[in-house]
Design a protein around this ligand. Structure first.
Ligand code: PRP
Length: 214
């Protein structure tokens, strides 16, 4: 028996790559998820719905049971401190890198603390702690590249895909921190209670992935 599922997805760059993976499991939205103003969209599978949430909220929806399954970036998951999630599949889509970037030579600030602007304060704190370097972290919610330009920060920790935003703002990659891609995540209780349905979904998605990302 197929149990109804709630799927937390995000409008934006990766939705077009994500929907075909769910289609492979017979889950097709009943309206255009990329343009609708609805936040909950029905699907071809009775009772199964797509919840359209912010990327950074996907882990909370899945951890607290608002959704059974979600898709979000590894960057968001690294920043998320909860533990009520399984992360069974690297979808291999939305590939980008988390980097330390700044104007050339921006890291050399003498004896004062380096100022780092980021929307990933936990990942950034961990990265510099591993380097044994004390820094000042400024939490921003977007357009991090602006912070070094106006002298508010020396460097940024952000994701880069094509590199064009960094280039357009005269910034360079100082160090690559980690590779990022989108992940399928599953609520721990749902994994037990809806075991068969979720495993069938995982299997369908895995077989729909290009070989190198499974
Ligand atoms: C992300 C990221 C960079 C940009 C990098 O921002 O924060 O600004 O994409 O992509 P690129 O290397 O291909 O230029 P996003 O567009 O998601 O918006 P945000 O600033 O609101 O997070």
């Amino acid at each position: 028996m197929t149990e109804p599922l709630a799927l937390a997805l995000t409008k934006g760059r990766i939705l077009a790559d994500t929907l075909p993976l769910f289609e492979s499991a017979g889950i097709v939205p009943l309206e255009d998820a990329s343009t609708t103003r609805k936040l909950q969209v029905g699907t071809s599978q009775a009772g199964t719905s797509i919840l359209l949430v912010r990327a950074s909220d996907v882990p909370a929806y899945v951890e607290y049971g608002g959704a059974d399954v979600g898709v979000t970036g590894k960057d968001v998951l690294l920043e998320h401190t909860g533990s009520g999630l399984y992360e069974p599949v690297d979808l291999g889509i939305g590939r980008c890198k988390l980097v330390l970037a700044g104007k050339p030579g921006a890291e050399k600030v003498g004896h004062r603390r380096l100022r780092v602007a980021t929307k990933y304060p936990a990942v950034t704190a961990d990265y510099f702690a591993r380097r044994g370097q004390q820094v000042e972290i400024i939490k921003l919610y977007g357009s991090m590249e602006l912070a070094p330009l106006v002298g508010m920060a020396d460097v940024i920790v952000d994701i880069t895909e094509t590199g064009s935003t960094l280039r357009a703002n005269g910034l360079v990659v100082i160090e690559e921190i980690t590779d990022i891609s989108s992940r399928l995540i599953v609520n721990k209780a749902s994994m037990k209670m809806k075991h068969e349905t979720i495993h069938a979904l995982i299997d369908s998605i895995k077989s729909a992935l290009p070989e190198k990302s499974t």
